[in-house]
Design a protein around this ligand. Sequence first.
Ligand code: EZ4
Ligand code: CO
Length: 412
Amino acid sequence: MAIDRVDVNVTSPGRNFVTVKITTSDGAVGWGDGTLNGRELAVVSYLRDHVAPTLIGRDESAIEATWQYLYRSPYWRRGPVTMAAVAAIDMALWDIAAKKAGVPLYQLLGGASRTGLLAYVHASGTTIERLNEAVHGYVEQGFQAVRVQAGVPGLDHIYGVHDAAPGGKYEYEPAGRPAAGAPLRPTEETWDTRAYLRHLPAVFEGVREEFGPELRLLHDGHHRMTPIEAARLARSLEPYDPFWLEDCTPGEDQSVLRLVRQHSVTPLAIGEVFNSVHDYQTLITERLIDYVRSSATHAGGITGLRQIMTFAGIYGIRSGFHGPTDVSPVGMAAHLHLGLAIHNFGIQEYMPHSEQALQVFRTGYRVEDGLLHPGEAPGLGVELDEEAAAAHEYAPAYLPVNRLRDGTVHDW
Ligand code: EZ4
Ligand code: CO
């Protein structure tokens, strides 16, 4: 059989998603996620203008060969746009292969290595009290691991930090949509690393005091620190037994993690903006990290992410796949199948999608007692309802800009 059609769907049920639909000559359909938050249409063009025409007529079962064809042949390799496009095609082909075999995808990836996937959720609050209220809500639902982010005295608004709406179960983190008629520009936030470094140990202390030693606590530094600041933060959190410190430095220079390692035994996780195994070469071979943060959606799909995890496994490094709401339910399902199958699974980030998004993407995965499972439907187990999707038109949206107090553009 052969690939007959490659369609690219853009829908915006509360936030933008880019989804590939591959249809084969015998009528099989597969879905793939290529959502790149705030840069969605670049991936759409890459797929529609440059990838789709080259795939018509190819054997849909040649997944590895197609991955190598899309990765090597265009000459221009890697980068988030390219690798999100490759990811979308790769997931759709795996979806088709598993549907044709009549099994959930994890069975094609080696079968289940465990009964469920330890999930962590996002709790935040402008104050430690409000943060603890949010953590309570998750603990009551059975979650065993929570990412904690809090407001910093003196800073107005920090990305990802909100007080949960009264009765609100989950937090959602969409890129900002400019108001109607307003200029298409990102919002601006102010950052102060010294204030943050002073405050964060108190946040961990406050949560540990409330919840005791068992709950796993994670934290995301959003690439905001210099190497020596990151080392100091990692060390200052040690008394509170953090499960991990994520993205403590920007990470393009892999060697800076050596400095953090020299000063601290806090476990480190990095890589949500990486897109290939090569971004991890030093980090993995020198054991400078403990968890891989890549997503299937931004690192070349299941094939790309599996390459990273096979390499990481040799060094005892585990997965912590990126699972924000800008990875669509299709991408989320890819993580659940791969995570269930590989030996070196660690933890799965879980930001539930909104009800609105779940009307468009029909999912079969589930969460029970803080553990995720992809379900038993053949393939990835997620279908896009194209009619429902058509009701939500693309809306430009941007992640915020982060600046120091003097206006200098900063990492985040
Ligand atoms: O800011 O996915 O760990 N999770 C994160 C995310 C990212 C968004 C960016 O698109 O850091 O919330
Ligand atoms: Co992050």
